[in-house]
Design a binder for this molecule. Structure first.
Ligand code: GAR
Length: 193
């Protein structure tokens, strides 16, 4: 299963996926490409470290969604990678129908809360400020409804008394680093059955 990772940020989840792959813990999945919409994103530096091609793709003309020429550039590049699965690992853009139908049923997203609670931006901060005692992370298929697609799996994180936002964020990220590679491995084994 050929995996293309899209990300906008530091890339700790992409790193967890690549580390799982190195440790033979990614099932029949293989990361073949990393793309980012941010030219200076940390995720791009993983390419050289792990021997995976990594490239910036200009997402213009929009700032928070992927549509128009930028969308076309992403579609073309992902098609050229012959992706079986597109993994959004901190890709901070809303996807539109053209992109979704180009890779129908093949796009998954990681979100830092127990969906359907706290969709949208800053899922960890939203949960922290609401005072929930249990939060976590979710991997789900991507549909037109932002953070609303069918859920593949979730991991639970307990909010302990005295946890600061920073402590909670570290706990959620640690859970993400386990969950996302495990979901990818599972999908790859289903696909190759
Ligand atoms: C992760 O916490 C992921 O859940 C979140 O961005 C972070 C990326 O971190 N994604 C979203 O909030 C999507 N709505 P990373 O760049 O270190 O992998």
């Amino acid at each position: 299963m050929r995996v293309v990772i899209l990300g906008s940020g530091r890339g700790s989840n992409a790193e967890a996926i690549l580390q799982a792959q190195q440790a033979h813990g990614l099932g029949a999945a293989k990361v073949v490409q990393i793309f980012s919409d941010q030219p200076g994103a940390g995720i791009l530096a993983l390419g050289a470290r792990f021997g995976v091609p990594a490239a910036f793709i200009d997402p213009a003309p929009f700032k928070t969604k992927l549509e128009g020429e930028g969308e076309d550039r992403f579609i073309e590049a992902i098609r050229a990678s012959s992706a079986d699965l597109v993994v959004l690992a901190g890709f901070m853009r809303v996807l539109k129908p053209k992109f979704l139908s180009a890779f129908a049923g093949k796009i998954i997203n990681l979100h830092p809360s127990l969906l359907p609670s706290f969709p949208g931006l800053d899922g960890i901060g939203q949960a922290f400020r609401r005072g929930v005692k249990v939060t976590g992370c979710t991997v789900h298929y991507v549909t037109l409804e932002v953070d609303g697609g069918p859920i593949l799996d979730q991991a639970v994180v307990r909010v302990d008394a005295g946890d600061t936002l920073e402590v909670l964020a570290n706990k959620v990220h640690a859970a993400e680093h386990e969950l996302l590679p495990a979901v990818i491995a599972k999908l790859s084994l289903q696909l190759t059955k």
